[in-house]
Design a protein around this ligand. Structure first.
Ligand SMILES: Nc1ncnc2c1ncn2[C@@H]1O[C@H](COP(=O)(O)OP(=O)(O)O)[C@@H](O)[C@H]1O
Ligand SMILES: [Mg+2]
Length: 329
């Protein structure tokens, strides 16, 4: 079983988004996936519509030894994708656990015990870490077989990386010799921006082949999906975001040594029969033909089940409009 901690002590870089959507795309590739929300902000739990508020079955209850790992698992709307939600009390767990023996390895013990009883239940566990390198992240690193680092291609991107690498090295030495950094994932990629390209070049120079070839492009659908409680492949399976996360899931498995068949080419609509040559009616000319022309590529594709506006939960950053992109300069 691969146990992956998605880490970056910087907030807003795409950790939660990547955990959820990578998980969903892996489950579409027939992997049984469990997501663990280690962030007290519970964004992942909200994203997959898990019951987090006031729940007494969460990561917090595992860490405080009140409940078994198994009892906290919830299903999501995606087949083969389960979740353990977070809880607001998780924010106090670091202080609460100060006196606890072996507090860095509570999650590891819980997962090992679960694995012994249910050896084949999951292929992959993805742990969404909070934006800090405290006890919660240490618990994730102590059990992880690997770390994935979502990275936004901006000026401060590399600043925190040396600290993160230092902490991972310490964990490797003291707690978990098996841990390794298996990849850096460029997130919110915009190839039109010179800064994005320059930072990616710098990141590639430093981390070499650890950088995933897949880049998760900035895509407004990705930012909209959580407010509908949906993963990107449910919200709009055709959009760039869905395409990128499907590609990331494939690359993740291939880098892990799996051999995957080529993805199936998209099913093309059969060509309509060529229209009979027709003598245009007097006065109409070719207008009729123009009217039936294909819509332009850029035409927005309406979502099949748009939620009525009052059911849309406000997006945390408040960018509801398609046209506004917080990352655009
Ligand atoms: N590729 C993307 N394109 C557009 N918006 C994105 C993308 N990835 C993430 N976001 C948005 O950016 C914000 C921060 O992402 P999030 O995954 O919550 O970061 P983190 O977990 O690192 O704090 C969220 O509002 C999310 O919807
Ligand atoms: Mg997050």
């Amino acid at each position: 079983m691969r146990i992956v901690a998605l880490m970056n002590q910087k907030g807003g870089v795409g950790k939660t988004t990547t955990t959820v959507n990578l998980g969903a795309c892996l489950s579409q590739l027939d992997k049984r996936v469990l997501l663990i929300d280690m962030d007290p902000q519970a964004n992942l739990s909200v994203h997959v519509d898990a019951d987090a508020g006031g729940a007494d079955k969460s990561v917090y209850h595992i860490l405080t030894n009140r409940i078994s790992f198994e009892e906290t698992i919830q299903r999501t709307s995606v087949v083969n994708l389960d979740v353990i939600p977070s809880h607001i009390d998780l924010s106090g767990a670091e202080i609460e656990l100060v006196q606890a023996m072996g507090r860095e390895t509570i999650l590891r013990e819980a997962i090992r015990e679960f694995e012994e009883k249910n050896p084949d239940r999951y292929d992959i566990i993805l742990i969404d870490c909070p934006p800090s390198l405290g006890l919660l992240s240490i618990n994730a690193m102590a059990v992880a077989t690997e770390v994935l680092v979502p990275l936004q291609m901006e000026f401060f991107a590399l600043r925190g990386m040396s600290k993160l690498m230092e902490v991972i090295r310490l964990v490797e030495k003291r707690l978990n010799p098996a841990i390794k950094v298996s990849g850096i994932i460029p997130c919110m990629w915009d190839s039109r921006k010179r800064l994005c390209r320059d930072v990616l070049e710098e990141v590639c120079n430093y981390f070499k082949d650890k950088v995933f070839n897949t880049r998760i492009r900035a895509n407004v659908k990705i930012a909209e999906a959580p407010s509908h409680g949906k993963v990107i492949v449910e919200y709009d399976e055709e959009c760039n975001g869905a395409e990128d996360y499907r590609s990331l899931a494939r690359e993740f498995l291939i880098r892990g040594g799996e051999v995957l068949p080529e993805p199936e080419p998209p099913v093309l609509e059969p060509e309509p029969p060529a229209p009979e040559p027709e003598v245009p009616a007097p006065g109409k000319g070719s207008v009729g033909l123009r009217e039936e022309a294909e819509p332009a590529d850029e035409a927005p594709v309406p979502h099949p089940h748009p939620a009525p506006p009052d059911t849309i939960r406000p997006h945390p950053t408040g960018h509801e409009s398609e046209g506004i992109r917080p990352w655009a300069t």
